[in-house]
Design a protein around this ligand. Structure first.
Ligand code: NAI
Length: 427
């Protein structure tokens, strides 16, 4: 991989490679852009199949945070920390605590960023990892060796205990020291595969961390609720853009009834929308059908083609492909999932040509990061909610720019974000 070429292509400012031999930490801190302020983005712990994969993920995620933070009007740039879980500490944590939940000692959801895309990529990576383990004895041996080496180091130091969880704590402390050396250029928090306890370990070494135990960001229902609230506000704004004054009676199809999707259903139901719901976990669907009167269920694989006013993808990334874009029967696509378009501008333009209004995901799902940024600046829940409601104004600007310039809403959002970055100031 040509790292500098990748940095040039993506406009990266800095890539920091962190290695701590005593804990086995291998991490990348990707700082994409600090024109608006220190980079802000989550810390992901994941089992990448290669260094290249980890670098690419860090770069892509950091860039995404730049655009999301800029459009949210936050005084922060974009960055991401990625811990390469070579020896399987994250995997073991996942197995021990359950992947879906978040909070103290429990796996994080996605306070700062995109689970959807990662779920796709992650399951692929896991498959590949299993395949690699099965097919290449040498790789599997060297991974075992890495684990053994860490345990040996751990045993060699009186301060360290020999359990994997302690190794994990040491890795996060080591990352904390790396952050401290960056002197505030990057502030991190929860993301896929990390917990509030991990953030507590980072906090031992540095103040450039959020989502620690007791913070609003570590309370999953708050962050997810703010994300859902932003999506709800965006749906209302999108309807108004199409001349529809109220949600009342309009069918909205919600794909994914997890933390954000379920909270979104609550807002939509309270506003009188007719819900069509889908999830791959049948219990979640049942719960929604019981709680939201009038709701009906749909096949999770076909819900994008439901006859509805709004389709809200709140599960995985990449659900709108060139093929599924042709099957949409909604007039608005507006959901929480990150990287919804598999095919970028091409798919965005196709939706535009079909008269379907697309609310760019990174504009719409910024409620979580707005919440994090506001909390960093000392705001409480009420002020945070007010700030999240500002997504309405931002989205309207995107729609106005798209109409004015005859471009897709995704192009309009990118253009506006880049203008904010050029002028170096948040709104
Ligand atoms: P979650 O893990 O709580 O929920 C995801 C739900 O989608 C689960 O109920 C899962 O069973 C379901 N699902 C998975 N595959 C599906 C499929 N093929 N069809 C239908 N349902 C399926 O995740 P969360 O936190 O609710 O996030 C949802 C989306 O929003 C993700 O893409 C995430 O990246 C994005 N997001 C979340 C933020 C947050 O604050 N939690 C912030 C910004 C973006």
């Amino acid at each position: 991989m040509q790292v500098w070429r990748e940095m040039e292509r993506e406009g990266m400012e800095e890539l920091v490679f962190c290695y701590d031999p005593s804990s086995g930490l291998k991490a990348i801190i990707a700082i994409h852009n600090t024109a608006l302020g220190p980079a802000l983005g989550g810390c992901r712990c994941w089992t990448y199949v290669s260094e290249e994969e980890a670098i690419r993920d860090a770069v892509k995620l950091a860039k995404g945070m730049t655009y999301k933070n800029a459009m949210a009007g936050l005084p922060y740039g974009g960055g991401k920390a990625v811990i390469w879980d070579v020896a399987g500490a994250c995997e073991q944590m996942k197995a021990a605590s359950g992947m879906d939940e978040r909070g103290d000692g429990v796996m994080a959801g996605t306070a700062m960023d995109d689970l959807g895309d990662a779920m796709l990529a992650g399951s692929k990576m896991r498959e590949q990892t299993e395949e690699t383990k099965a097919n290449t004895r040498t790789d599997s041996q060297s991974s075992d060796t890495a684990q053994a080496r860490i345990v040996m180091n751990v045993q060699g130091d009186a301060m360290l205990a020999a359990s994997t969880l302690d190794v994990r704590a040491l890795r996060f402390r080591a990352l904390g020291r790396c952050l401290e050396r960056l002197n505030g250029r990057f502030v991190t928090g929860l993301d896929l595969g990390t917990t509030a306890s991990d953030m507590d370990q980072i906090r031992v070494e540095t103040t450039y961390v959020t989502d620690t135990t007791g913070s609003l960001g570590a309370k999953d229902d708050f962050t997810a609720d703010m994300t859902a609230y932003g999506v709800y506000i965006g749906i209302v704004t999108s309807l108004r853009h199409q001349g529809v004054a109220a949600l009342q009676g309009n069918p909205v199809a919600v794909q994914g009834l997890g933390k954000v999707g379920y909270a979104l259903c609550r807002y939509l139901h309270a506003a009188g929308a007719r819900l069509i719901v889908a999830d791959v976990v049948p219990e979640r669907v049942q719960r929604a059908l019981v709680q939201f009167s009038g709701a009906i269920s749909a096949d999770p694989a076909r819900i994008h083609a439901a006859d509805c006013r709004v389709f809200a993808p709140c599960a995985l990334g990449g659900v709108i492909t060139p093929a599924t874009a042709e099957e949409l029967r909604c007039s608005i696509v507006a959901g929480a999932a990150n990287n919804q378009l598999h095919g970028g501008q091409l798919v965005a333009r196709r939706m535009q040509a079909r008269g379907i209004l697309y609310a760019p995901d990174y504009v719409l799902n910024a409620g979580g990061i707005i919440s994090t940024a506001c909390e960093l600046q000392g705001a409480g829940p009420d002020l945070i909610r007010q700030k999240v409601a500002g997504i309405a104004g931002t989205l309207s600007q995107v729609y106005t720019e798209a109409v004015r310039s005859g471009i897709s809403t995704l192009e309009a959002a990118d253009r506006l974000a880049e203008a904010i970055l050029r002028t170096g100031r948040a709104e």
